[in-house]
Design a protein around this ligand. Sequence first.
Ligand SMILES: [Zn+2]
Length: 584
Amino acid sequence: MKKSSFLLAFLLIYLNLQSQIPTIYQQNQSFDYYQIIKYYKTLDSLHDEAKLIEYGLTDVGKPLHLFVISPEKEFDAAKLHAQNKTIILINNGIHPGEPEGIDASVLMALKLLSDAKKLKKELGNVVLCIIPVYNIGGHLNRSAYHRANQQTPELHGYRGNARNLDLNRDFAKLKSQNAQSFVSIFQEWKPQIFLDTHTTDGSDHQYVNTLIATHPVKLEKPMKQFLNEKFVPYLYDELKKTPYEICPYVETMDWNKGPETGIVGFLDMPKFSTGYTSLFHSYSFMTENHIFKDYKDRVLSVWLFMETLIKFANENNPSINKTQKEAIELTKQKTVYVTDYEMDTTKFEWFNFKGYESEISKSPLTGLERVVYNQNKKYQKNIPYLNQFIATKSIRAPYAYLLSQAYPEVIHRLKLNGVKMNRLACDTTIELNAYYIDNYKKTTRPQQGQFPNYDLNISIEKMPIQCFEGDYIIELNQHANEYIVQMLEPDGMDSFFKWNFFDEILEHREYFSPIGFEENAIAYLLKHPELKQQLDQAVQNDTTLAQSHYLQLKFIYDNSEFAEKKYRRLPVYRIETKIKLPVK
Ligand SMILES: [Zn+2]
């Protein structure tokens, strides 16, 4: 048998690794990629309760791994859901210069698997899934100099992946293979709870670890209430009893003045890990360790956070699963979707914050004045915490969307995300509501190698649309509704249009020239006296138009049937109400 024949060899490696664990992070070191994978492979071989699974490739050519700990030795995600287990997915090393979670997960796996009886008690109804390192390319690129603000651990990875993408901006567009492999894991395991581990700098304070919970405003009511009233308070209260109390992620109102002036909440859009996972109703969290603390404490604090998360999940397994199921049912019937929010700066709560006084002192490097936090001057006081967001844009979703099959990159992403689609059975013309992008801006600086579109003005026009056998019909009665709407609506938070998937529509493919068009324009006006009247009226009211041959021809072109229908028209159409369409 696999397990017994290699037992001795693996036991030796295991003991060796076990003896390294208590010291490696205490000595400001973190595991390299090869050590980590060897370690999880060893645990897999020694324990029937654990399995290391490969899920597709990453941009550096190595597979993305998932390490699963299942006390009842069941590794079929669908069966685990049928048994009402709560699945926690922990993602590590998205930014490999922030490796606390990578090392803490190794510690956690070791501890849980060291005692089979305790494992059953500690995990109970929880199945723990760990992505050992997500940005493998970045983690293989180790140096002491990637993180200019950070002193430890001694060697650390690089933020960009093998394609130099920031993977924590890639969950909507899925440009990296890492992200596509992540989605395969996420959609198969459908975790009720998701944790992404990070490290941050900025102002100094007393907390070793800080927390961003997915913003509750984005969740359906049962999950919103449970997150606000039970889940998040439990995490704060339990960790308060330990040396590693947490506070909300410290993003200050005014960077020049420090956190005393107030800290602000974070709205996680779908391009971020928790923004993506919460579209599918996972209770989602990001931990942000504080770089100025000792590496040892940073690893232990995130380890303790994981332990607290597991304890809550085990104790509250029925409520977590129930609220998630209720949220999914509500989403399937949802008609209005919010596509933009803004912070309500008039509302805040007080947070009892443990900080350090800031002061002006002379820099030993430049000899000039600079702001420093004096760690000998601790304070504890109430500071404003602004975490209320209000919806500023929403849309009423149609019964279904019709999507042209000419966009395989979009269809591939919808399929990866488990979106159910039907296909038209024949060529046909259907009266549909089409989106026109009347105005938009394009970023002038690249974002993730692209120039996204933003600040859209959109209009909807009903018109006959030529559709073809195989085009896709996507009904909004699905678990994935929120994802579908946010991605297909042009003004969705991180929509396919905003991320350039439909940029071909922004160019003319046909147009007029002032010489060639004139004869056709004259003939057209003779057949359409109403347009001639409109032109005469416009010429009377607009002296620029009156004096421009070109502009008058443009007026005729734009307002006639010569105007290109496909120019700036999104290839995603609204089917407003249920109609019977021929589908395969
Ligand atoms: Zn990060």
